[in-house]
Design a protein around this ligand. Structure first.
Ligand code: NAP
Length: 252
């Protein structure tokens, strides 16, 4: 059996695909042959251009994942465009920074709703389709180093990403026998909107850089290979892992 990373004929639904890591993942999947359903609340024109330049079909779905309201529409529209959804990448996520001692209920709920609650129920809805037609699929959750570590000043983010690692393992256990691979990628420190505040803080920025064995922050394109791998048949026997892509941070 030859090893293949080819995604030709597959449809991948990527949330938060307008920018940052979601955009890079969508483009990498497109370059590997997948059609892309991009879900997000902002314009996705740039991602559309990059995916079409790679020769991919592309369908944007505008939706705000802070509630469960758009989920049925996303799954129906995605499946209609792609015949079925073969690959789901749960990338949309937010972060709120404040000391734990004064953290607000709103900053707790807002983060949990997008990073964990909507992620779970979108995954459930997509997996129902994967199970119903018996063809299985690939689910990739975008976790974090805060799935392994505590961090500081981001209590709801750490809780959500630690929860997402647990959920990845639970769903892998329930669905591996149904032909669905559920895995996660834990990005290290990447240059995106998510880390703008950190990069603008000279002390924190230097501390972080000093601990990365690779000696640089990640560029979004550094994540593409891991996403393509986990989405491909090369990963058919991989279930429930949280794969760090972190320049060696966790090895330190
Ligand atoms: P980003 O540039 O802030 O991207 C976050 C994405 O999520 C954007 O597309 C954003 O859309 C979308 N999103 C947020 N709330 C949403 C909502 N209510 N409905 C729909 N979409 C929503 O940051 P990023 O770094 O690329 O983050 C992508 C994922 O990687 C997140 O889950 C993040 O936690 C994770 N991550 C990032 C790093 C890092 O170093 N950058 C490290 C570990 C994990 P808008 O642009 O419209 O807000």
């Amino acid at each position: 059996m030859s090893i293949s990373f080819d995604l030709t004929g597959k449809t991948a639904l990527v949330t938060g695909a307008n920018t940052g890591l979601g955009q890079a993942i969508a483009v990498a999947l497109a370059q590997s042959g997948a059609s892309i359903v991009a879900v997000g609340r902002s314009a996705m024109d740039e991602t559309e251009r990059l995916c079409r330049d790679a020769g991919a079909r592309f369908h944007p779905i505008h939706a705000d994942l802070s509630s469960l309201e758009p989920i049925d529409r996303i799954v129906a529209e995605g499946a209609e465009f792609g015949r079925r959804i073969d690959i789901l990448v749960n990338n949309a996520g937010i972060i709120r920074r404040a000391d734990a001692i004064e953290f607000t209920e709103k900053d707790w709920d807002d983060v949990m709703n997008v990073n964990l609650k909507s992620t779970f129920f979108l995954t459930q809805a997509v997996a129902r389709g994967m199970i119903a037609d018996g063809a299985g699929g690939k689910i990739i959750n975008i976790a974090s180093l805060l799935s392994f570590q505590g961090g500081i000043r981001i209590p709801s983010y750490t809780a959500s990403k630690s929860g997402l690692a647990g959920l990845t393992r639970l769903l892998a256990c329930e669905w591996a026998s149904r032909g669905i691979n559920v895995n996660a990628i834990a990005p290290g420190y990447f240059v995106t909107n998510n880390t703008e505040a950190l990069r603008n803080d000279p002390k924190r920025s230097a501390e972080i850089l000093g601990r990365i064995p690779a000696g640089r922050w990640g560029n979004p394109a550094d994540l593409g290979g891991a996403a393509v791998f986990l989405a491909s048949s090369a990963a058919d026997y991989i279930h429930g892992v949280v794969l760090p892509v972190d320049g060696g941070w966790l090895a330190r």
